[in-house]
Design a protein. Structure first.
Length: 274
């Protein structure tokens, strides 16, 4: 038996990157997966976003691990769509135990990064989308009366203001949203503790996913080498792998962390100690 055998995990941004990694790692430990992703492009995002084919690949990989998965295209900015995704997934999978609010964008590259639209979009996805995710899942978790675990994906940019680039509204919105996630986490941790529902946040450093590993981010780094050097880890690692974050989330969702709540957990190669 795995550490999550018999449990169901709701994961946003599941089509690729960290979200796919979380789905696969939790599936390997016995969880069934309820995965959602936008699977379309946003104008303010200067790198290719996930596609329906990416989500289909996640489904294939989860099933190869002998786990069940219900996958839906849904926008975390759309509270009604998320509620429907949860209701449909729970109807098929039978219950809900884990929420991983992972979906996020980085509109800090390209000309559009200087616009108010970039700021609005990243706050809508990375902060309001996290709120919508928790709100969609919370009634089921409470009504089951068996506790649960909620993990919100923030960033080292949610704990530090060192990462800043002049005249970049998208970057500013990203930092503000990731700080806001910490406020949501702490509020929900207090609110849901009487129901034995734990709420924590993870704070990755630079992770090897398409959000960072793309031509646009490379151009940004070349244009602002001093500012982007602040992303450096204290440990001798240029980028973390998505699996490093998934393993931390697995622990937070397992019974090994049954009394861990309200924690901001950096998985950052020592970024926050510099």
């Amino acid at each position: 038996m795995g550490r999550l055998t018999g449990k169901v995990a709701f994961i946003t941004g599941a089509a690729r990157g960290q979200g796919r990694s979380h789905a696969l790692r939790l599936a390997e430990e016995g969880a069934s997966i309820l995965g959602v992703d936008l699977c379309s492009q946003m104008d303010s995002v200067g790198y290719p976003m996930a596609t329906p084919d990416d989500l289909a690949e996640t489904v294939k990989l989860v099933e190869e691990r002998d786990a069940r998965i219900v996958a839906t295209q849904a926008d975390v900015r759309d509270a009604g769509a998320l509620r429907q995704a949860v209701e449909s997934g729970v109807a098929e999978l039978g219950r809900l135990d884990i929420v991983v609010a992972n979906a996020g964008i980085f509109p800090g590259i390209g000309a559009v990064s200087k616009t108010g639209q970039a700021f609005d979009d990243v706050v809508d996805v990375n902060l309001t989308g996290v709120y919508n995710t928790v709100e969609a899942a919370m009634p089921t978790l409470i009504s089951q009366g068996q506790g649960g675990s909620i993990v919100l994906t923030s960033s080292v940019a949610g704990l530090s203001g060192r990462l800043n680039i002049p005249d970049n509204a998208g970057m500013m919105g990203y930092i503000a949203a990731k700080h806001g996630v910490v406020g949501l986490m702490r509020t929900y941790a207090n609110m849901l503790a009487p129901h034995s529902i734990r709420v924590n946040s993870v704070h990755p450093g630079a992770v090897n996913t398409p959000m960072i590993v793309n031509e646009g981010f490379g151009e940004l780094a070349a244009a602002y080498p001093d500012e982007l050097s602040k992303l450096a880890h204290a440990m001798p690692v240029e980028m973390l792998e998505a699996l490093d974050i998934s393993n931390a989330i697995l622990w937070l969702c397992s019974d090994e962390a049954r009394y861990v709540t309200g924690v901001t957990l950096p998985v950052d190669g020592g970024f926050m100690v510099m």
